[in-house]
Ligand binder design. Structure first.
Ligand SMILES: C[S@@+](CC[C@H](N)C(=O)[O-])C[C@H]1O[C@@H](n2cnc3c(N)ncnc32)[C@H](O)[C@@H]1O
Length: 264
C-alpha cells in the first residue's frame, strides 16, 4: 500500500485531494480519525499550550499549507492581528473562503472550536468571530518555491505555522530542507516557527485515495533547522498507538515543535 512509483506532489493534490472528505475523516470531532488515536487532541493541546499564555504575539501570522482547515490557528488567532492561510490546492482555499463567508454547505468547525474553547476557557462564538475577522487572506502557495507566495511578497511574519504540509509536498530531504528555508525566510528576525508533522510516514489515505509522504526522522528535522540557524525551543513527540491497525496512514509518531529565527 505504501509503494508509490511517483511521489504525489502539489499538482496531484489539485486534481485528487477531496477537501471535504479530508475534513470529514480527520477533523469532524476533536478525537480525529479513530485509527489515529490521540493524534488530533495531541496537536490541539500542543498548540493551545504554546499560544494560550499570550507570550507569543504580533502582527502577522502565516499558516503554510493549511489544507481546507483552520484548526492550526484556533489557539493563536487571539494573539495576532492578521492571519494569512494558504495552500497549493485551490479546492482547499475555496473551502476556507466558503467558511469565512458563512456560505451554505460550508465546513463545520464547531466541534473543534468547542474543544479548544474548553481548554482555554473561551466562548466558541467569540473565538469564531475573532478568527473570521483576523483571517485577512487565503492565498495560493507552493512550498517548493524559494518564495512560496511568488509572485506576492508578504511582509515579514511574527509567526509561521505549518502542519503536515512539508512531508506531503516534498519528495526528498533536499527539497524538504529548501522548503524549510523558504518558510524561515517568511519570518522576521526573532520570529517563531511552529510545526506539526509526522515521523516515519510513507502514506496517508483520504477515502480510497492514497497520498505519499516523505519519511522523516527527528534527526532529519533537527539537522535541517540547525542548518538554518533556528533554535529549537520545544520538540514534542507522540508515538503512534496500535500502528498495525491504522488503515489510513503508517506514521510512527506525530511531532510538534517550536523554533525561533535568530534576531539580527
Ligand atoms: C496532509 S494535508 C495537511 C493540511 C493541513 N495543514 C492539516 O494540518 O491538516 C497536506 C497539504 O499540503 C498541501 N500541499 C501539497 N503540496 C504542496 C505545495 N507544493 N505547496 C503548498 N502546499 C502543498 C496539500 O494541498 C494539502 O492541503
Amino acid at each position: 500500500m505504501s509503494e508509490f512509483t511517483v511521489f504525489t506532489e502539489g499538482e496531484f493534490y489539485e486534481g485528487h485531494f477531496d477537501s471535504r472528505a479530508y475534513v470529514k475523516n480527520f477533523y469532524s470531532c476533536p478525537s480525529g480519525h479513530a485509527d489515529e488515536r490521540n493524534f488530533l487532541t495531541f496537536i490541539l493541546r500542543c498548540l493551545s499550550r504554546v499560544f494560550s499564555a499570550g507570550e507569543h504575539k504580533g502582527k502577522l501570522l502565516i499558516d503554510v499549507g493549511s489544507g481546507p482547515s483552520i484548526h492550526s490557528v484556533l489557539s493563536a488567532c487571539d494573539h495576532y492581528d492578521e492571519i494569512v492561510l494558504s495552500d497549493f490546492a485551490s479546492s482547499n482555499c475555496r473551502e476556507i473562503e466558503k467558511w469565512l463567508k458563512n456560505q451554505e454547505g460550508s465546513l463545520d468547525w464547531k466541534p473543534l472550536l468547542q474543544y479548544v474553547c474548553e481548554l482555554e476557557g473561551k466562548s466558541p462564538s467569540e473565538l469564531e468571530a475573532t478568527l473570521k475577522q483576523r483571517i485577512k487572506k487565503v492565498l495560493n502557495c507552493d512550498v517548493r518555491l524559494e518564495n512560496p507566495f511568488c509572485p506576492h511578497t508578504l511582509e515579514p511574519a511574527d509567526c509561521v505555522i505549518t502542519s503536515l504540509c512539508l512531508e506531503a509536498a516534498c519528495k526528498d530531504i533536499q527539497i524538504y530542507c529548501r522548503a524549510l528555508r523558504g518558510l524561515t525566510k517568511l519570518l522576521r528576525p526573532g520570529g517563531l516557527l511552529v510545526m506539526i508533522g509526522v515521523l516515519g510516514e510513507s502514506f496517508y489515505k483520504v477515502d480510497n485515495q492514497l497520498f505519499s509522504c516523505l519519511r522523516l526522522s527527528q534527526d532529519n528535522i533537527k539537522e535541517a533547522l540547525s542548518d538554518l540557524g533556528l533554535s529549537i525551543h520545544e520538540f514534542t513527540i507522540l508515538p503512534a498507538e496500535d500502528r498495525e491497525n491504522n488503515s489510513v496512514s503508517d506514521f510512527e509518531a506525530v511531532f510538534h515543535l517550536v523554533a525561533k529565527k535568530p534576531s539580527e
